[in-house]
Design a protein around this ligand. Sequence first.
Ligand code: GLN
Length: 454
Amino acid sequence: TEACLTAIDGADALGAFVHKTPDLAREMAAAADARIKAGEADKLTGIPLGIKDLFCTKGVPSQAASRILEGFRPEYESTVSQKLFDAGAVMLGKLNMDEFAMGSSNETSVYGNAVNPWRVNGQDLTPGGSSGGSAAAVAADLCLGATGTDTGGSIRQPAAFTGITGLKPTYGRCSRWGIVAFASSLDQAGPMAKDVRDCAIMLEAMCGHDPKDSTSADLEVPDFEAMLTGDIRGKTIGIPREYRMDGMPAEIEALWAEGRKMLQDAGAKIVDISLPHTKYALPTYYVIAPAEASSNLARYDGVRFGHRAKLSQGDGITEMYEKTRAEGFGPEVQRRVMIGTYVLSAGFYDAYYNRARKVRTLIKRDFEDAFAQGVDAILTPATPSAAFPLGQSDDADPVAMYLNDVFTVTVNLAGLPGIAVPAGQDGQGLPLGLQLIGRPWEEGDLLNTAYALE
Ligand code: GLN
């Protein structure tokens, strides 16, 4: 813990931690010490972690990197962070992210962006988003692991951009209670860490049934670490042809081919599969996610939480809402609220939201069909490129940023577990990641397949 606190203080330029909690960390570390001396240590006892700012942490600022939650100190702890602390993990502070987890470059944060510890030619690169602070902190050794959340790729894309491992569990595996909601039918918390083993250890502590989240699954939590045998002989790995996109960089193609070979050499059978509705995934996601966001973000009204705008004489409650929300939400969040409100409006509900829900079902069925044919896991690239330079996000062309999520959003729409593992480098030496997608609830198997890729 002391080593991490020192490292964090020396790494302010990375912008990874937006709120440091050194006193709390020392207190938790002392308690962990006592636990270790008493012979009651867990695998995570005394392990210093960073917590994404989307998680409510009791008494500690939790702002979802938004101005609208300025000054909000929750009275409660999120289930996931509580479970990690119950296992003895130590909290070092809160980690940077895109505002309300909306973004792919960490640039929509009210705190300003985090920076990728990997650089080329002295150029600052994005750590990815939305869990950019989590990824940067783990990659720069500021903490041993971090929590992330993934609604459309926010764990896996930043993991790939920073050369770490990140797992998005099956929808329902981790409780969403106490995590600021973005798109409730897609959001999942998951571990971000140096390698597959650390992710397995963290996941085991993070998940489990929670009566406070009606979508939390009442399932046994296996010993995920014990499942890491590296033996994947006889497993069938599907290669979806729809993920081979026009204009895909040759180095991503090569990485994918190398991944196939590694799994084959380890005894897996590689088969070509088709997920025919893949091409509709991005538009479907960018209807459903904003729809749910517009509804979830209605609660930020200037009364119940955080920021309230200064009012003028004669302003009524409507002006209070309008001014507060105009000041409190950044441009990307406002865009999502407007898109969401539009697609849910009486005149357009059937044309957009309902249509998207139907296509979502088709996308889910594509995966079910592949699994029914005996596929155990699906291998794809994690991202269409390596980390890109900061400063490219363009309010005039938000869709360019949305295209980053092309390989990751299908997993959220189908509720499946997906993991990104570092698998190689691009021509400039930047890390590249591969993604493995697993059957629902089979994170143990998925982690073990990923382990064979390490
Ligand atoms: N980049 C995607 C978005 O902006 C995904 C974000 C996420 O997974 N939280 O919506």
